[in-house]
Design a protein around this ligand. Structure first.
Ligand code: AMP
Ligand code: MG
Length: 421
């Protein structure tokens, strides 16, 4: 007698293998291949360029530093005069300050008192630090052996040579880059215009902060995680609130969003039950593909164009929103914003937890990466349900378990993707 009473009517996200699903890598490369041109360049004052993507290569208009100078407080002298086997004496002929060079020149047996950053006086090529010199009289300095000709001198152009490419187009401008640009006297730079990204949440159960919460309703958290992640990418954000699950409201919101933004992101409403009527609306307004991706969490994803805007329909579950954003939306937005490095840096680390996993899909478990003795180890953050946003807030990384991987044992090496902040 057949005792199997399991009922299955179609493939679902509980199945480990679904032949109709797309791998994470395939979905990502389809998205990256479908991107329109990057946004145009605009000029920004230096400080406002922080976090924006540089649109041009920056060539140095001069040497930095522009003068050969001392790396130490001490005495500048001729390297050829350095004592070899006995203490030597030097006649002190003046002082060089940073920003106030010594006017004369040094002859054989002479030295100049010099401060860090001061131009190296004519005739000298070597600095002996003050801690290794002795003031033996009013104008007499004693120096011992063990010095090297040319020591403690920073050469003109040592940091940045005239005509060299200092910053590349496609680089996101960080605080050090701001300093480098400032050291070249550059007060305005060309960056790509930040992307305008509109998003809204869908679901009749969703309430916004400030509204009362009835039984069965939840506060909308996706608009806040999306806001946070988009903010970190330097996007211009248009938060359109919660849109009800009804065709007219959805259509109006999608039209308004696609007219106002380069990219439209929605969350919720692309799962199997809801996709059909949203599919109809999206098909009327643009060209959208609905994918089942071999990923956990975040199996359904809609991607395409709405008018001139790029469209991402993310799943509704709060962790799935963040994971699919990080895997699919973030690299696309970075590339679209002109950034050359849009792939995340992945680390190989030892896993300190046993991770249950079915082969057939890529899983992103939430992890805490820390130092243990001399090495990096990762542990999972408790329960990994796709609605458990606290698992994401406790995590500092995602543990990436590739499709082919089965259960991970303690001590196995896994790949992690660091989360921002
Ligand atoms: P959906 O993809 O619309 O079927 O939603 C899947 C699950 O995610 C449901 O439990 C929703 O209540 C929840 N959800 C959808 N959107 C949001 C949101 N913006 N904030 C919090 N939870 C959400
Ligand atoms: Mg919904």
């Amino acid at each position: 007698m057949d005792t199997n009473t399991t009922l299955r009517t179609s493939a679902s996200c509980a199945d480990s293998q679904d032949p109709t699903s797309l791998s994470v890598a395939a979905a990502r490369s389809r998205i990256l291949a479908a991107l329109p041109d990057i946004t145009p360049a605009i000029k920004r004052p230096l400080r406002d360029a922080l976090g924006q993507v540089l649109a041009v290569e920056v060539i140095s208009p001069f040497n930095v530093p522009n003068h050969t100078n001392s790396a130490m407080d001490g005495y500048a002298l001729r390297g050829a005069d350095l004592p070899q086997d006995a203490i030597g004496e030097f006649r002190l002929i003046g002082t060089a300050y940073a920003g106030q060079a010594f006017a004369g020149a040094c002859a054989e047996g002479e030295c100049v008192r010099i401060m860090t950053g001061a131009a190296i006086p004519d005739g000298t090529d070597t600095v002996v630090m003050q801690e290794q010199a002795e003031v033996a009289g009013e104008n007499l300095i004693r120096i011992g052996t063990g010095h090297r000709s040319g020591q403690n001198v920073r050469h003109a152009g040592e940091d940045i040579a005239l005509g060299s490419a200092v910053l590349k187009a496609g680089q996101r401008i960080n605080p050090a880059d701001l300093g480098v640009l400032a050291s070249l006297g550059i007060g305005e730079v060309a960056v790509y215009r930040p992307l305008r990204v509109a998003f809204f949440s869908t679901g009749d159960e969703l309430r916004s902060i400030g509204e009362p919460l009835a039984h069965g309703q939840v506060y909308d958290s996706n608009r806040y995680t999306l806001y946070g992640m988009l903010q970190q990418l330097g996007a211009d954000i248009l938060d359109m609130g919660v849109v009800r699950d009804d065709p007219a409201s959805l259509e109006a919101a999608l039209q308004q969003a696609s007219a106002a933004a380069d990219v439209v992101i929605t969350s919720g409403g692309v799962s199997v039950g809801e996709a059909d009527y949203i599919k109809g609306i999206l098909a009327r307004l643009g060209q959208i593909s609905f994918w089942k991706i071999a990923i956990k969490p975040g199996r359904p994803l809609a991607f395409g164009t709405l008018g001139k805007a790029l469209f991402f329909g993310l799943p509704g579950n709060p962790v799935a929103v963040m994971v699919t954003f990080l895997q699919f939306v973030q690299p696309a937005l970075l590339k679209l914003a002109g950034q050359h490095d849009y792939e995340p840096l992945l680390l190989d680390v030892v896993c300190n937890s046993r991770l249950k996993k079915q082969p057939g899909r890529t899983e992103y478990q939430r992890g805490i990466l820390r130092r243990d003795g001399g090495r990096l180890v990762v542990e999972k953050t408790g329960y990994q349900g796709s609605g458990m946003l606290t698992s994401m807030s406790q995590a500092n990384c995602l543990i990436i378990l590739p499709e082919a991987c089965a259960t991970v044992e303690v001590g196995d090496v896994v790949q992690v993707q660091m989360l921002g902040w």
